[in-house]
Design a protein around this ligand. Structure first.
Ligand code: PMT
Length: 397
C-alpha cells in the first residue's frame, strides 16, 4: 500500500525504542522507503546497525558527519511523512517550543508534510500538565498524536504511557497517505453477526468477528468517504470518524440499513445476517426438561434482496461466505440480489473468512468478470475492493 512512499521514522531515547524496529520492518514490507533518524539518546537503547540491516541504508544520527550535507533539508523535501516512534517528553517539549538542537528536531522544523508523534513514557510524566500542554500545542499545529495505551510500564508502574502498537501506527500512516478518491461519497457498510433471541439468555447467531466489515469502513473513511457502519455485536473498537449504529437482530439491521439506503452511493453488506430467527421469543428462560426440545424458526427478511429491488444510483456489493462451489453460489446470489459486485469468500481456505486478520476472496462482477485476490490483510482486501468500486463508478459516468 505504501509503494513508492518515503516515510522517515524518528526514534528517540525511551525504553520502547526497540519497538521502532518492528515499525520499520512493517513499513518496508508495505513497500515504503524508510530513512531512520536516531537521536543520541535513542542510540543508548538501540544500535543503528539494527535499522541499517532492516532498511539496507545508512541511519541518520546527526546533523554533521554523514555522507550527505544538510540531511534535514534533503529528508524534508524528499519524504511523504515523518513519524516519531517513540516520542519522549523531551522531543515533544522541544517540538512544542520550536527548538532544534539535533537532526530530528531540525528536520521537524524543515518538514512540511504530515507528522505523527507517538508518546511513550512513565505515566506520571505523561500526565504532567507541562507535557499535556505541549501535546495540545502540537495538536493545534496540525500534528497527529497517537496516544499511548494504558497498562504495565517498563518501570513496573501501571498507567497511561505504553507506546501505541505498531498496527495502530501503520493504520494511521496508511490512512493519512491514502488517496482521497471517495471524497463526497456516502458509504453504508454492515459488519458482524446478528443475534436472534430464543429467550432472555439464548440466541442463535452466525460466525463473524466484524473484522472484514470494519476494515472496509475504515478504508472508505481514509479515502475521504462519509461512512455509516451498521454493526452486529463484536468486540472491536468503534472506529473514529465513522457513524456507528449498533444492532442485534436482522430486523434491527434491516431498519437501520433501510433508513440510510437512499442517501448512500455505495452499500457494502459484509454482515453475516441470520437467515432465520426463532418463531417465538420466550419472555422467560426456557427450563430444561427431560425430553428433546424442538424450536421452530421463521425466515428473516433478506435485506440485500430488498435493497437490490429498490436500488437507483447505489453501487450494491454483497459478500458470499461459502464452503463449496464458491463461485457458482456467489454468481447465483449476485443475480438473485441484483448486485453490482459480490465478494466470494471461500471460508474453507487457510487464512480466509471468520475471525482471522487475513482473507482470501474473489471479486465477481455483474458482467461475468472475476478477479481472484491472493491471501492478504483484511484492510488490504478492503482497499482492493474500493479500487474496483471506483472503476465501476467511473465506468457508470
Ligand atoms: O467478520 P469476519 O470475522 O471478518 O468475517 C467476515 C465474513 C466471513 C463474515 C464476511 O467476509 C462474509 O463473507 N460475510 C457474508 C456472510 C454470509 O454468510 O453471507 P450470506 O451468503 O448468508 O449472504 C449473502 C449476502 O446477503 C451477504 O452480503 C449478506 O450480508 C446478505 N444477507 C444475507 C441474509 C439476509 N437475511 N440478509 C442479507 O442482506
Amino acid at each position: 500500500m505504501l509503494n513508492g512512499r518515503k516515510i522517515v521514522v524518528g526514534v528517540t531515547g525511551g525504553i520502547a525504542a526497540y519497538k521502532a524496529a518492528e515499525l520499520v520492518s512493517r513499513l518496508r514490507q508495505d513497500g515504503a522507503a524508510v530513512p531512520v533518524v536516531l537521536t543520541d539518546a535513542a542510540q543508548e537503547f538501540i544500535r543503528p546497525l539494527v535499522f541499517e540491516a532492516l532498511t539496507g541504508q545508512d541511519v541518520f544520527t546527526g546533523l554533521f558527519g554523514g555522507r550527505k550535507p544538510l540531511p534535514h533539508i534533503t529528508l524534508a523535501s524528499e519524504s511523504d511523512l515523518l513519524v516519531i516512534y517513540p516520542a519522549t517528553a523531551n522531543v515533544i517539549g522541544q517540538a512544542a517550543c520550536g527548538l532544534a538542537p539535533d537532526l530530528l528536531t531540525t528536520l521537524l522544523l524543515a518538514f512540511k508534510g504530515p507528522v505523527i508523534f507517538c508518546p511513550a513514557m512513565n505515566s506520571k510524566m505523561y500526565e504532567n500538565p507541562a507535557l499535556q500542554e505541549n501535546i495540545r500545542r502540537l495538536e493545534d499545529r496540525g500534528y497527529i498524536i497517537i496516544s499511548p495505551e494504558t497498562g504495565r510500564l517498563a518501570c513496573g508502574e501501571t498507567g497511561a504511557g505504553r507506546l501505541a502498537p505498531v498496527t495502530t501506527v501503520l493504520e494511521t500512516i496508511r490512512g493519512v497517505l491514502a488517496p482521497k478518491d471517495f471524497k463526497g461519497f456516502n458509504f453504508l457498510v454492515t459488519a458482524g453477526p446478528t443475534r436472534e433471541h430464543l429467550d432472555p439468555v439464548r440466541y442463535i447467531t452466525n460466525r463473524s468477528s466484524g473484522k472484514m466489515g470494519y476494515a472496509i469502513a475504515r478504508a472508505a473513511r481514509d479515502r475521504g468517504a462519509r461512512v455509516v457502519l451498521v454493526s452486529g455485536p463484536t468486540s472491536l473498537e468503534k472506529p473514529a470518524g465513522i457513524s456507528c449504529i449498533d444492532i442485534n437482530t436482522a430486523l434491527e439491521m434491516r431498519e437501520a440499513v433501510l433508513s440510510h439506503f437512499d442517501a448512500s452511493d455505495v452499500v457494502i453488506m459484509c454482515a453475516a445476517v441470520s437467515d432465520y430467527r426463532p418463531a417465538d421469543l420466550s419472555t422467560h428462560k426456557i427450563k430444561k426438561g427431560n425430553a428433546e426440545l424442538t424450536v421452530k424458526f421463521t425466515l428473516n427478511p433478506d435485506i440485500l434482496v430488498e435493497l437490490g429491488s429498490h436500488k437507483r444510483q447505489q453501487i450494491l456489493v454483497g459478500f458470499a461466505a461459502e464452503t463449496e462451489k464458491v463461485l457458482d453460489h456467489a454468481r447465483t446470489k449476485l443475480q438473485a440480489k441484483n448486485l453490482d459486485l459480490i465478494v466470494a469468500n471461500d471460508i474453507g481456505r487457510k487464512g480466509a473468512g471468520f475471525e482471522s486478520d487475513t482473507n482470501v476472496v474473489g471479486l465477481v462482477f455483474r458482467d461475468g468478470r472475476f478477479i481472484e485476490l491472493p491471501m492478504m490483510d483484511k484492510f488490504l482486501v478492503a482497499h482492493r475492493l474500493l479500487d474496483v468500486i471506483l472503476d465501476l463508478r467511473q465506468n457508470d459516468k
